[in-house]
Design a protein. Structure first.
Length: 375
């Protein structure tokens, strides 16, 4: 598993970034802003994606930076609260004068900052969400580096149907993320000519499965599609087992973190998790091999979430390089849109004014007895 650092370490990083003054500015000529839930229900995944991004950014800075300028990632904790996401983004844009935003987390959170992106003409690179609303229609300042959730959902349903699974239940968070993934689930069900045996929603802010789990168990599904944050998925899984359900649990790539596996504990084995990047142990791919080598030097182990952050950082750095020695926001925007068939190391990313999707890779994994994601 990824080597963990305590909450105090992350708090210190966030505080240092928020309070950094002249020394940081002098050393890091290019400032990049991030607001994400370093505490709260998605903290494990956020920490891992950010660790993956920093792994690459640190390597770039060690080689002299981008065109001789070092890149500083200023990370602020929004606790997975969209209102705080907006406030953090405003501070980063107006007060810290960052050149771009990077690695937000959460569909409602990312959707909430779009008005700020449009107002200030600032790019957001690699939001850690696969919401279709960030792909179509094209959001001018959002540059995705992962496939949409709906593609993942369709693939998962198709796989289950191919195994003869016909009794499916859906448990979803009642927010824009849940609604988005549900569309993909429904497309998959329609293609397989299936109807869910149960469909339950829960409050994103206060998940409560005490009545939901018994109803799902009573419907006796073979598999339960969990559209939820990592913390809510773990809570829902435990409630299902307590209610007597033995159904296969399926969740999505936002939960593809070592922290999620650890949170599941003894229940981890057999959980299906969709993926949007190749196997993190597939060292035949240059990007994976590069990430593995850098992580090994820091006594870390790459997780799928780390690989997502690593890939997003590669795209960010390529955009900054193309933007030139003074990467103003307009130059970064134009530079990102000029990226065509950029090789991340086994995967190609392309953008244009009409397409900001970046990648469309999807896969399936299952958590093994050793806590690893098996393909």
């Amino acid at each position: 598993m990824t080597k963990k650092r305590g909450n105090g370490w992350w708090a210190a990083c966030v505080l240092a970034a928020a309070l950094a003054g002249g020394n940081t500015a002098a050393q890091a000529q290019i400032l990049i802003g991030q607001t994400a839930g370093f505490s709260g229900p998605v903290a494990d995944g956020v920490k891992e994606t950010t660790a993956g991004a920093r792994l690459y950014l640190d390597a770039v800075n060690a080689r002299g930076g981008v065109l001789g300028q070092k890149v500083e990632l200023i990370s602020l904790d929004d606790k997975f609260d969209p209102a705080l996401t907006v406030e953090n983004a405003r501070k980063l844009i107006e007060e810290r004068n960052v050149s771009a935003l990077f690695l937000t987390r959460g569909t409602p959170n990312t959707e909430a900052v779009i008005p700020l992106l449009d107002k200030y003409g600032i790019a957001l690179v690699g939001p850690s969400t696969g919401a279709m609303s960030l792909h179509r229609p094209v959001r001018r300042h959002v540059f995705n580096v992962r496939a949409p959730y709906q593609r993942e959902a369709e693939k998962a349903i198709g796989y289950l149907a191919s195994l003869g699974v016909s009794r499916l239940a859906i448990v979803q968070t009642d927010d824009s993320f849940g609604a988005d993934v549900l569309l993909g689930v429904q497309k998959g069900l329609q293609a397989a000519k299936l109807t869910p045996v149960a469909h339950e929603k829960f409050d994103r802010a206060k998940p409560d499965f005490s009545t939901i789990a018994p109803r799902i168990a009573l419907a006796n599904p073979q598999a339960v599609i969990m559209i939820a944050s990592s913390a809510a998925t773990v809570q829902g899984y435990n409630a299902l087992r307590a209610a007597g359900s033995t159904a296969q649990v399926v969740t999505f790539s936002h939960n593809a973190s070592a922290g999620f596996v650890k949170s599941l504990g003894s229940n981890a084995r057999g959980v299906i998790v969709t993926q949007v990047f190749p196997n993190e142990r597939a060292t035949n791919l240059p990007m994976v091999r590069e990430a593995q080598e850098l992580a090994k030097a820091q006594q870390q182990e790459i997780s799928p979430a780390m690989l997502e952050g690593f890939a997003a950082a590669k795209v960010l750095v390529e955009g900054l390089r193309r933007a030139g020695p003074k990467p103003g926001r307009d130059k970064v925007q134009a530079a990102l849109e000029s990226i065509q068939k950029f090789d991340l190391g086994g995967l190609e990313v392309s953008f244009s004014p009409e397409d900001h999707s970046g990648l469309d890779y999807t896969d399936l994994s299952i958590i093994g007895t050793d806590g690893k994601f098996r393909r």
